[in-house]
Ligand binder design. Structure first.
Ligand code: SAM
Length: 234
């Protein structure tokens, strides 16, 4: 047993956690994830990640989600849909949507499959992507529960009160210093009993941040197929 809900029975695994998401919400999340285009820059495992977030939010009655690195919104929008379905809660997505921030320096620490990342980010129309995410939020009826902050995460720390975030998803620039800065800036934003989801946890450039998290927070599980790890705060 590694995870105990505030009131109900303990959860034994990620699979069991995900199984708590009701069928109707599961279908809605599948539809929202499906509506967001996917490409080389999207995090893998869109629906699995969405179901994991949904289960944590529902089981632990979380009301605040912050995502660093939104890209096309394949993780942010489903979480906003969870809040919209419950008529409570707020999902905040932080991303500058610009090529310099998305450019990686630590390529020698990246997996081989990510070696072409900089060429890819230079080919993207970031303005159009930002506009698309905003339009999709409105079209999906999520505007009351979803806010975009177009900035680097380090520039908008004042917008998020300390000890207020139930679920933090770190998926911005994957350079070692950048992931570490995200942790340093946003761990104080976490509410006791909250959760941190760290994307690409197996990447070497994310390894130091992972070690930092593991020293101070309780490791819950890693989704190896989709490469993200989840930690409990406090
Ligand atoms: C891997 S993508 C995010 C994928 C997204 N979370 C998903 O689930 O599909 C990384 C994103 O991080 C953004 N980014 C880069 N530096 C950032 C920073 N300092 N703060 C916030 N976002 C950043 C990039 O613009 C890019 O859109």
């Amino acid at each position: 047993m590694f995870l105990r809900r505030r009131h109900p029975a303990p959860i034994e695994s990620q699979a069991e956690l995900i199984a708590t998401v009701p069928a109707e919400l599961r279908q809605r999340l599948a539809d929202v994830v499906e509506s967001v285009p996917t490409d080389f820059g999207s995090a893998p495992g869109g629906l699995t990640k969405a179901l994991t977030s949904a289960a944590l939010i529902q089981q632990y009655e979380l009301e605040s989600y912050v995502e660093i690195g939104v890209y096309r919104g394949r993780s942010l929008l489903p979480v906003a849909a969870v809040f919209a379905a419950a008529d409570r809660g707020s999902a905040i997505g932080i991303d500058p949507w610009e090529v310099t921030a998305a450019t990686q320096q630590d390529l020698h620490l990246f997996p081989e499959a990510a070696a072409t990342v900089n060429e890819f980010v230079r080919s993207l129309d970031w303005e159009a992507m930002f506009a698309d995410v905003g339009r999709r939020i409105v079209e999906l009826g999520l505007a009351e529960h979803c806010t975009l902050l177009r900035a680097r995460a380090s520039q908008v720390t004042d917008a998020i009160p300390d000890a207020s975030v139930g679920l933090l998803h770190i998926d911005g620039n994957h350079d070692e210093a950048s992931v570490l800065a995200d942790l340093e800036n946003y761990l104080p934003k976490m509410q006791p009993g909250g959760f941190v989801m760290l994307d690409d946890a197996a990447w070497e450039s994310v390894g130091v941040a992972r070690a930092v998290l593991e020293r101070s927070h309780r490791f819950l599980f890693v989704d190896e197929a989709n490469d993200f790890a989840v930690y409990a705060v406090g």
